[in-house]
Ligand binder design. Sequence first.
Ligand SMILES: Nc1nc2c(c(=O)[nH]1)N[C@H]1C(S)=C(S)[C@@H](COP(=O)(O)O)O[C@H]1N2
Ligand SMILES: [Mo]
Length: 311
Amino acid sequence: MLIKKPAEFRYSEITPKSDYQNRRRFLASVPAAMLAGSQLFSPRRVLAAKLPNLVQSPLSTTGEKPNPYSDVATYNNFYEFGTNKDQPAKLAQEFRTNPWTVSVEGEVAKPRKFSIDEIMKLAPLEERIYRMRCVEAWSVVVPWVGYSLSTLLQQVAPTAKAKFVAFETYYNRAQMPYARGIPFPYVEGLRLDEAMHPLALLTVGIYGETLPPQNGAPVRLVVPWKYGFKSIKSIIKIKLTSSMPPTSWNIINAQEYGFYSNVNPNVDHPRWTQASERRLGELRRRATLMFNGYGEQVADLYKGMDLQKNY
Ligand SMILES: Nc1nc2c(c(=O)[nH]1)N[C@H]1C(S)=C(S)[C@@H](COP(=O)(O)O)O[C@H]1N2
Ligand SMILES: [Mo]
């Protein structure tokens, strides 16, 4: 059998789909003699490559049809690569996501740096179909690939002092010359019990492939019951803390973006309604669901809290 087992899978060795396609196109146009000894084709970037041995997760949202790949990979918020939705798909293509290390540190007994290969191998990769609802009132359904963030956090043994989890995105002006609009690096945070909830997904792929750069390669968070901005991309640091960490959108405008940012049709954004949304590819607006439809699983996390105040 030629099928690679997960244990042999190397993020650093997979052939990027686009390199492969470019190579075929290029090879067809160049005389063979010119290619001898050429280093042109050693894959230095990973744009998207097939992930082996995916497990279908029972935590998928049932009955929802995923949007086409093109919706998910061309309509993005990733301010490191421009503030317009169509910019990341164009401007993130040279983003180097290999080698990549995620440091997990802070209030933990066993702080540790994980290479991206270690992250990919830590647990069986699951396909989970989740809704994502942006604070800007558009939504999308995506077959994400990953495993529960709790699996990673358990590896480092959080101490009794750990109450929150702070996340940080890689930032390098040289690679991100179009970064605009918000302070960088991008930071986000969750309460520890939110981060440990099985629905919080440490995400390494979409549609059975590695994440394309514009969707937050090589590793991002997806927190399906919160507005999209909580789902931080291209993570390099995860720090467990005793106090509530700062979050990028809250730093810029605390009136409009709170720490919790749970999807809530009853609490409007000061400048627009959160009661409805537009699913990419649809014309008629849909009613937005409390906790984005994940209330049965997550409402207990917020028992007794005033969600008008803790928005
Ligand atoms: N580092 C970083 N992460 C980010 C953002 C960003 O600008 N930078 N945008 C957020 C917002 S506002 C949304 S809606 C989602 C979009 O994820 P998607 O492009 O995969 O749909 O990413 C979130 N994560
Ligand atoms: Mo968003």
